[in-house]
Design a protein around this ligand. Sequence first.
Ligand SMILES: Nc1ncnc2c1ncn2[C@@H]1O[C@H](COP(=O)(O)OP(=O)(O)OP(=O)(O)O)[C@@H](O)[C@H]1O
Length: 347
Amino acid sequence: MASMNALELDGIRRAFGGVVAVDDVSIDVRRGEFVTLLGPSGSGKTSTLRLIGGFEQPDAGAIRINGSRVDHLPAYQRDTTTIFQTGALFPHKTVAENVAYGLRMRGVSKADISSRVRQALDVVRLSGYEERYPAQLSGGQKQRVALARSMVVRPAILLFDEPLSALDLSLRLQLRAEIKRLHDEIGFSAIYVTHDQGEAMAMSSRVAVMRSGRIEQIDRPEKVFGEPSSEFVYTFIGESCCLRAQVSAGTAADSDGTPLDLRLSTPLSEGSWRLYVRPSRLYLGRTDMQNGLRARLDFTEFLGDVHRYHFKAGKLELFADHPGAIAHRPGDFVDIGWQTVDMMVYQ
Ligand SMILES: Nc1ncnc2c1ncn2[C@@H]1O[C@H](COP(=O)(O)OP(=O)(O)OP(=O)(O)O)[C@@H](O)[C@H]1O
């Protein structure tokens, strides 16, 4: 029976000299799934993608595409296409020739090539650009051509290597939405590498958070965000404030021993703790919530949608986002409250 999975990585490993870039990585990508590899620089995302595409060979483990082992096949014999950071288009070929290239290599008939190229350019909203050369396109248009060129051959799995990172913010947001729309419409299978958690959250069926060559958590975006499996995942996904507290004899203090005016729904046992809350989940001027801290307003920033209020409590620094201006001035003490469900606690 044909595999339900477009791609299976089974315990793959790759070391470069003494550095283990990919360490026992296993992922199944179901047909039509969009899986993102998210992680800091050097966590092994690109190496994993290169192993799948056949640009590197694994030291151990198996790679299957549509159920068949491919890990010892060269890149050109694998049913994948890769979209790189900079589109890597052929500069002396027109847009239409660039998109047609993969189809020609696969021996598709001329008539089919022309209709599929037309359709692919329509999908990425570049109809009418057929005869242009890459130098006559904007960065965003080049990436759309690269997308059309990769999608037109209908590979078993599309590989994206940080395709938006060279674009400015507004183009990045626009293309991110377009890739999401295309995925919703066409349902291709994909592995997408990024270090941008917003991109990962917005586009993915599942997100694999990588750290030091390993997968720390793989889950739906809502779960990775709301139920992180570790402190690393929590702090990597989204902004947070960290309250470092030393607890002894039932009182909390900062790292210098300055007592903190901290009230918690569940008292902490003796030791040093790290409490995290997202800045959007800290409420100002509230003493009626499950947890609370009294802190001194340090300075404020206007971020457009919200005002960000920076506080200090002893050595602790925290910031809270609030939609409007508050009556307090720097130096004032403010009660900050939060709910227990919005707090992560690690020792
Ligand atoms: N060809 C290579 N030779 C030596 N070391 C390598 C090679 N490729 C990757 N590495 C090392 O393997 C580790 C993982 O690198 P990789 O590029 O996969 O990480 P990444 O998560 O994609 O990072 P980035 O976001 O910076 O691209 C790093 O320590 C890197 O220096």
